[in-house]
Design a protein around this ligand. Structure first.
Ligand code: ADP
Length: 246
């Protein structure tokens, strides 16, 4: 089977800070890839590069048939084509505060993708059901809990019908009692064979849900494998990291 996602030789510097130093990985369709590693190791930058929210200095990102080799600066059309393949869920949900839940969900499909409103609304309703928020379409973000807001954030990313969902520490801004409901939604998506790439500090969750674990350290994939990377790591730096966080 051909991999749905391919990342090769990804490099990124911020000024003279060389943050990504050749990141390589691939992922098959329908799998969950968890990115773990110390703070500052480059996890978020990898994810943002895949969506071209950061412009990598070098390397290749391919999702499905959309591919960019960042050796030369990509044109806008190539960036748009790659971006359309993935949806991004941020730490804080970034919902439009003046729009209802439904308004938030149909904004991208209708305004950006030009889909018919009734189709986008029907899609949005079914996504709200999927994230356990059926009946809340008329609520404003401020009327929802942080966990509910983040679930809307996930539904909003899915509303664009991406092939891959990129989740950047989706629970780290939440109060501890709200983390479980968001992880449960992500778990459901994994069970439905969505292709997910998730940056997380939730080691136990990653161990349960991930098909592939990437341990990032100082801008490289220091260890890569199945969930056993998190129970029986080979690399000393993975062992040290896990000893600190578990
Ligand atoms: P992680 O997600 O593993 O914590 P990040 O990818 O967020 O790591 O960041 C890696 C390094 O890059 C950090 O030292 C961070 O300060 C730096 N960095 C990230 N984004 C920027 C930016 N836009 N400008 C300057 N430095 C940045």
């Amino acid at each position: 089977m051909t991999d749905l996602i391919e990342v090769r030789g990804l490099e990124k510097s911020f000024g003279d800070h060389h943050v990504l130093r050749g990141v390589d990985f691939s992922a098959e369709s329908g799998t969950v890839t968890a990115l773990l590693g110390p703070s500052g190791s480059g996890k978020t930058t990898v994810l943002r590069s895949m969506n071209v929210l950061e412009m990598p200095d070098a390397g290749v990102v391919r999702i499905g048939e959309a591919s960019i080799d960042f050796a030369t600066r990509p044109d806008r059309r190539a960036v748009k084509a790659l971006r359309a393949r993935s949806g991004m869920v941020f730490q804080a949900h970034n919902l439009f505060p003046h729009k209802t839940v439904l308004g938030n969900l149909i904004e991208g499909p209708v305004q950006v993708q030009g889909r018919p409103t009734d189709e986008a609304v029907a899609d949005a309703r079914s996504l709200l059901e999927q994230v356990g928020l059926a009946g809340r379409e008329d609520a404003y973000p401020a009327q929802l809990s942080g966990g509910q807001q983040q679930r809307v954030g996930i539904a909003r990313a899915l509303a664009l019908r991406p092939e891959v969902l990129l989740l950047d520490e989706p629970t780290s801004a939440l109060d501890p009692e709200l983390v479980g409901e968001v992880l449960a939604v992500i778990r459901d998506l994994a069970a439905e064979n969505w292709t997910l790439v998730i940056v997380t500090h939730e080691v136990r969750f990653a161990r349960d849900v991930a098909d592939q674990v990437l341990f990032l350290d100082e801008g490289v994939v220091a260890e890569r494998g199945g969930p056993e990377v998190l129970t029986d790591p080979r690399e000393e730096r993975t062992q040290r990291f896990l000893a600190r966080v578990l």
